[in-house]
Write a protein that binds this ligand. Structure first.
Ligand code: GLY
Length: 366
């Protein structure tokens, strides 16, 4: 089954195409966009080993001249040095204003390739071919691109929308199960903030606790609903003037947990899962959310094999302090996204610190 979702934007609308086996037709999809002949494919060693040859072959068959550039894996390489190396490859291969950079990989590759394409020659075309669940449902869509500064994640960046996002669910077969779970945290997020039906379908699924064996139809539904949720929100608020902040559900406390554990104990989706449990508890304490819905959320997070508790050695006061350093703090006030029912959230900066402390102290440790 194939689905196509449109991200409607004033400057440049684009399609998210979701279809099993579509990686083999990347060249055809790109040829339809009438892009220039030159393509720089950016990937990491593992993904390139699995899918690089296939991607290059389809692009060449469609008449593109393809060069490739490989970046070592992981967050430590998400920096300006790696961008400089992409620029070097763009120069060596004489990329022009009409040329395209293709990101074949997870969120790190997508964010970096996006940033390099936003800035090379003041902006060239960019296509996202996400290979992790998290990148498929979140990082590849929305136009936020960037790299880390030694003092913080994603501090350097630009908005630069892709011309196409091509999702081939078949590539998830080579994704480690921990990464699959982490991506599922963002999917559960869409269920809570936007799409009650998506949430209910995941709850109903018998395979959901065995993500590797999830049925193809359910995965297709999950991908389609999640991408539609992200597309809807980004189409309404491209540059995060308001609504788009709801996508940060679970991320306020999640980011603090991630950074205080040195980005080594949890991968992003795992920290977001803990953050969602905490946000749910805060909403309950404030009388915004019922206990039944909070339990449904926490059960689904557990069913996906994700953590729901804080690490025992994490100091609650350190988390409270870290919240103040969040990029999203405005006028010294921490902004929380809190659920009001499954499928709806509110943005508020009026959460008493004592409530946050009480929740963090009582939510349990692992
Ligand atoms: N690139 C991810 C986003 O724009 O949200």
């Amino acid at each position: 089954m194939a689905s196509v979702i449109t991200v409607n934007l004033p400057q440049q609308s684009y399609k998210i195409a979701i279809a099993p086996g579509s990686l083999e037709r990347l060249g055809e999809y790109m040829a339809e966009l009438k892009l220039g002949k030159k393509v720089l494919l950016v990937s990491n060693p593992t993904i390139f080993q699995h899918y690089g040859e296939k991607a290059i072959a389809t692009l060449q068959a469609a008449g593109f001249e393809v060069a490739h550039h490989i970046i070592p894996p992981g967050e430590p390489y998400k920096n300006l040095d790696s961008i400089q190396k992409i620029y070097d490859a763009a120069l060596t291969n004489r990329l022009e204003r009409s040329s395209t950079m293709v990101a074949l990989g997870g969120g790190v590759i997508g964010d970096m390739t996006g940033f390099a394409s936003a800035t090379w020659l003041r902006g060239i075309n960019f296509v996202q071919v996400p290979t992790s669940l998290l990148a498929m449902v979140d990082a590849a869509i929305g136009g936020k691109t960037g790299v880390n500064h030694p003092q913080g994640k994603n501090l350097i960046g630009a908005f630069h929308q892709p011309s196409l996002v091509l999702i081939d669910p078949d590539v998830l077969q080579t994704l480690p199960v921990r990464e699959l779970r982490a991506g599922m945290a963002e999917v559960i997020k869409y269920g809570v903030i936007w799409d009650a039906e998506l949430f209910a379908q995941m709850e109903k699924s018998k395979n959901f606790s065995q993500l590797r064996y999830i049925k193809a139809e359910l995965m297709d539904f999950i991908l389609t609903c999640s991408c539609q949720a992200k597309a809807d929100v980004v189409s309404k608020d491209e540059k995060e003037a308001g609504l788009r902040a709801i996508l940060n559900y679970g991320h306020t406390i999640g980011h603090a947990v991630e950074s205080l554990t040195g980005y080594t104990q949890f991968i992003h989706g795992e920290a977001v899962a803990i953050g969602m449990v905490a946000a749910g508890q805060i909403a309950m304490h404030l009388g915004m959310w019922g206990q039944k819905d909070a339990q449904r959320q926490d059960e689904l997070i557990k069913k996906a094999g994700l953590p729901t508790k804080l690490p025992a050695d994490l100091d609650v006061n350190a988390i409270i302090d870290a919240l103040q350093n969040d990029k999203k703090v405005k006028d010294g006030k921490v902004r929380f996204i809190l659920p009001t029912q499954i499928g709806a959230v509110e943005i508020t900066d009026r959460v008493p610190t004592d409530t946050v402390r009480q929740v963090l102290t009582t939510m349990g440790t692992s």
